[in-house]
Write a protein that binds this ligand. Structure first.
Ligand code: ADP
Ligand code: MG
Length: 578
């Protein structure tokens, strides 16, 4: 909580013009006087933190609207999934109203109103919350206006008394929405959540509803591709299933069973788009996204090659053993992994964090990690090749460890021998070609020798060495910044997260940065191993919400899975394990 809000007693917004008149022309620091609680007609504004100067991070504020004023129907917040669906609608609306109503009111960030936008995702976040009584809380930032570095009282009045109330009215009150819109958002999220819960019971790793629209505008823009030529998804015959959802009723679509599933087809026929829907299916999506009912198990992890990344003490010996010069891979560390060693490490790390489903796309895999064909086996005997290719491990992964895999492949038919089922994409239409695939595998044997003599085993969980996770920087005990959507600054370190594809929002990176800072600080129960640390974080956030990660009432946090926390931890270049 901002201290100011504890110190001063609430003041009326009617007092603001007088105060701002007095502050006009004074040094920017005098704005600190505004810190505290302001009673507006219809809502309460708390100024939690006043920025140091007009160019610094803008001031943090919280608006609360009482249930009777917000006036949402009980159905909009009666369960957690429904309340999250409603809150995401409000946050999206607020973020865009803030962009519309902000105007430049002086130097630096003067006049800017900003809220973190959850975009296509519906997840727990701290920008807008609708609680169990129907009260609405919104956290956002405002740039308090300045001329140069002096307070601009008149502009501040316009910002705080015109712009902010306009945004609040445009986004937080139920009267502003069609009742059907609110119900649609709450219901869609309830359905997505219910769908994910049924997957495990029914032995499925993912479900993609008939009619889902999967393609996105681009690799960096996850809004739906909007052209007439988008072909809606339709389940292939052998994999068609029905599910019953609380609001949508019975829905048909593709259910991908546990085991080893291949998605094959020609280049540009839509394979990676299906896989991306599965990797994004760990999150719920807003109505209109196209992937509202494309849902995968929450312990689904995309793994890929990422040469150049650091690896700290990971046992990759099931995949890579007997490196040149006798380097051990039982606890493999490097500052600069190759494509294959990085992919092996990423898989073992995902298993350590508790992954149940792996997603692999040949587009982003190391070829030598994926396959060694008969000719290469003949030319380079096993003794001279440290790698046991994934094709020789993927079955054991399921049989011995219970971990399913979905692979996108266009180039290597050697995987037909190890697949439980094969889906073929042809011009964005799917077909179950499992039987033909077995036939092909029988008629055209690969002639390869299996290279794995042993079964897959779970590596022992690692324990980070004391002090090797350090969030401090200079005099600050904790420094966490998110300069862009792919980088975390933690203490003196910069963590490159560009290859962690299931991180979608900047606010997720902020959360996981704070989570790592909490690990550095020490968590309750003194957890040691990586899975213990992740469990302790999960417990903390489940019990106390995202605010357990910071005591500063931040509106810039959203839910992040243990797999992404682990991914950031594992990419921290200072990490050492005991
Ligand atoms: P592949 O992995 O098979 O090479 P992609 O999944 O990358 O193919 O898709 C190729 C292109 O087709 C992409 O630009 C993608 O947006 C587009 N696309 C994918 N699915 C559909 C669809 N159902 N309808 C229309 N376009 C699609
Ligand atoms: Mg592709």
């Amino acid at each position: 909580m901002g201290l100011g809000f504890l110190m001063a007693s609430p003041r009326s917004s009617r007092a603001l013009p007088e105060i701002l008149k007095r502050l006009d022309g004074r040094g920017y620091k005098a704005y600190k006087e505004l810190q505290g609680t302001w009673i507006y007609p219809g809502f309460v504004l708390e100024i939690d933190h006043v920025q140091g100067d007009p160019y610094a991070d803008p001031s943090r504020v919280t608006v609360t609207v009482e249930p009777e004023v917000a006036a949402y129907p009980e159905r909009a917040f009666e369960s957690t999934p429904r309340a999250l669906g409603t809150a995401a609608l409000l946050a999206r609306t607020f973020a865009s109203a803030a962009r519309r109503h902000s105007s430049r009111r002086g130097s630096g960030k003067s006049g800017r109103i900003r809220m973190e936008d959850p975009g296509q995702l519906v997840l727990a976040q701290t920008a807008v919350r609708v609680d169990r009584t129907g009260a609405v809380e919104a956290r956002f930032t405002v740039g308090l206006p300045a001329r140069g570095r002096r307070i601009s009282g008149g502009e501040a009045g316009a910002l705080l008394l015109d712009d902010v109330p306009a945004v609040v009215r445009a986004a937080l009150l139920s009267e502003r929405y069609e009742p059907s819109k609110i119900e649609e958002c709450a219901a869609a999220n309830e359905d997505a959540e219910a769908l994910r819960a049924t997957l495990r019971q029914r032995g499925m790793v993912a479900f993609v509803a008939d009619g889902a629209r999967l393609p996105r505008r681009s690799g960096v823009d996850d809004r739906p591709l909007e052209t007439e030529t988008v072909i809606p998804f339709e389940a292939p015959e052998g994999l068609a299933v029905n599910v019953r959802l609380p609001n949508a009723g019975v829905v048909s679509g593709m259910g991908i069973p546990e085991g080893v599933t291949l998605i094959v087809g020609g280049g540009f026929h839509g394979k990676s788009t299906v896989l991306r829907a599965l990797q994004d299916g760990v999150y719920n999506h807003r109505p209109g996204d196209g992937r509202e009912l494309a849902v995968s198990r929450s312990a689904t992890v995309k793994v890929r090659a990422e040469d150049g990344r650091a690896v700290a003490g990971v046992d990759i010996s099931d995949f890579i053993d007997g490196l040149p010069l006798g380097r051990s891979t039982g606890a493999f560390s490097t500052e600069n992994a190759s494509g294959s060693t990085s992919q092996a490490a990423t898989i073992v790390e995902a298993l350590e964090a508790g992954a149940e489903v792996l997603l692999v796309d040949e587009d982003t895999s190391a070829t030598n990690f994926m396959i060694r064909d008969r000719r290469m086996q003949a030319l380079v005997p096993k003794e001279g090749e440290p790698i046991t290719p994934f094709v020789d491990r993927v079955r054991s992964l399921h049989r011995d460890l219970g971990v399913s895999t979905v692979l996108v492949l266009g180039g290597s038919g050697d995987y037909l021998d190890v697949a439980d089922r094969v889906i073929r994409m042809t011009a964005y239409r799917s077909e179950d070609v499992s039987e033909r695939a077995s036939e092909v595998a029988r008629v055209f044997p690969t002639g390869r020798a299996r290279e794995a003599e042993t079964e897959m085993t779970r590596a022992d969980a690692r324990s980070p060495a004391h002090g090797s996770i350090d969030a401090s920087r200079g005099r600050r005990s904790s420094y966490v910044r998110v300069p862009d959507g792919r980088t975390l600054l933690l203490g003196n370190e910069s963590v490159d997260l560009a290859a962690v594809e299931q991180l979608v929002l900047r606010s997720q990176i902020h959360s996981l940065g704070l989570a790592l800072a909490r690990i550095a600080e020490g968590l309750p129960g003194d957890p040691r191993t990586v899975p213990e640390l992740l469990d302790a974080l999960d417990t903390l956030v489940t019990e106390d919400g995202l605010d357990a990660l910071s005591d500063r009432r931040l509106g810039t946090l959203s839910a992040v899975r243990r797999f992404e926390v682990a991914a950031a931890l594992n990419r921290l270049r200072t990490l050492r394990v005991e």
